[in-house]
Each structure stands twice: as C-alpha cells, then as structure tokens.
Design a protein around this ligand. Sequence first.
Ligand code: G3P
Ligand code: MG
Length: 237
Amino acid sequence: MKIYAHRGCSGTYPENTLAAFQAAAKLPIDGVEVDVQLTKDGKMVVIHDEKINRTTDGKGYVKDKTLDELQSYDCGSWFSDEWSGERIPTLDEVMDVFQDTAHRLNIEIKSDIFPYDGLVDKVINLATKKGMLDRLLISSFNHEDVQKVCLDTDLDSAIITSQIYVDIYDYARVIGTNRLHVSLPSAFRKMTTNALQKGAIVYVWTVNSLEYAQELQKIGVHGIFTDYPERMLNELK
Ligand code: G3P
Ligand code: MG
C-alpha cells in the first residue's frame, strides 16, 4: 500500500509549508499531497483553506490577494512558535523540493468552491517545464476539473469524495478515470469495496491510525494519505 504525506508531514510541521515538504522529501515514501489555489494575480500557491484565517496571521480569501500580499503573512506560528516566519509557498517552490527525489506529486486542485479557471493547465505546464509530468497525479473534489484532465491528457487523475455513491466506479468511469480518493469513513462501505472489485485504484484520506491502515490494507486499498508518514512507514512494515 502506497504512503503519501498529506499536506507534507503535516502532523509534525505546519501543513503545506516548505518545512513540511522538505521533511517528506527525506522519507522513502511513495508521494506527497499538495493543495493548490490561485492568487489574485494568477500565481499558484500551496494552501488548504480558501481563506487564510486558520493557518496564517492574516484574514481573507486567497483569491483576493496577490502573491506578494499572501507571502507577507506568517503561516507557521499557528502551529508552533518554532515555525514562525514560514511563508505560504508557491507550487513552483514546492516542486523544487522534489526535483531530485522519486516521490509522486499528488496535486489537489482546490477548485471545489471557487473555480480557479486555468489552474489545471497551469499545473500541467509547470510540471512539464520542470520535467516532472511523469510523477504527477492530479485530483480534485471538483470533478469537472478531473474530467478536463482525463479529456485533455493521459495523466493519472482521481476524483476525491467524502460522499456516498450507489456506484462510484461507474460514476468515475463516466468522468474518465478509475482512480478514487475517498475519505476514511467511506472506505469500508460497499461503495468502496465494490469499486475495488471492479478494478478501481483507491487511496484513502486521512489515515493517521495504524489499526485503520492495517484494515485498509486487508481490503486491498492501494494507498493512504497520512499526516504522519514516518510513523506509518515504520509501523506498517
Ligand atoms: O486529497 C486528499 C485530501 O487531502 C482531501 O481532503 O480537505 O485534506 O484537502 P483535504
Ligand atoms: Mg488535500
């Protein structure tokens, strides 16, 4: 079962920061998950929430601020004083952390609330420029964007969901993928076990308990996203 660092090593470092990704880059795990949004001036930044309130000392929407404004805020102190001075990274900076590693990059397109037109193409163009296209796995709660990836490219792309579907595999096939990123509560339900039987590739988020990880492994789940990849790596052995 593959192990992906969720928002970097977000259990031990402030999520979606260079510190969290540098820690993940040192681990022999399979990949890293990265949340991406667009700034007011069209730059790709790595941050989970649509608002900066929870993880910075600022307030407001990512989409309403320029990159310079966003990078004037501290995005480490909320986690611990040790990380004060961390800045919201660009996707470019995060990709550079993995330039010489073998990790797969799961770029989550955070367009489920605001559409961020053009974000998918920007991600693909940047990965192409950096020679990292073969390591890219795009995902989104916005299934229109996943469909766009499936129609335009041969890249791996997954629908993310926390909903229960009667037949999620057939739904995914209509979109054009066989990859599902499902939340832990839906992972043990018929929806997921049926999809696994039909040939879906299933990754589960967010799995921080060894017991759940072992149960997921037993039912044939292909990968997990965890905030504690180092611990999971050692304990799952
Ligand atoms: O991509 C898996 C997971 O990260 C989706 O949920 O809210 O953590 O971005 P969220
Ligand atoms: Mg995410």
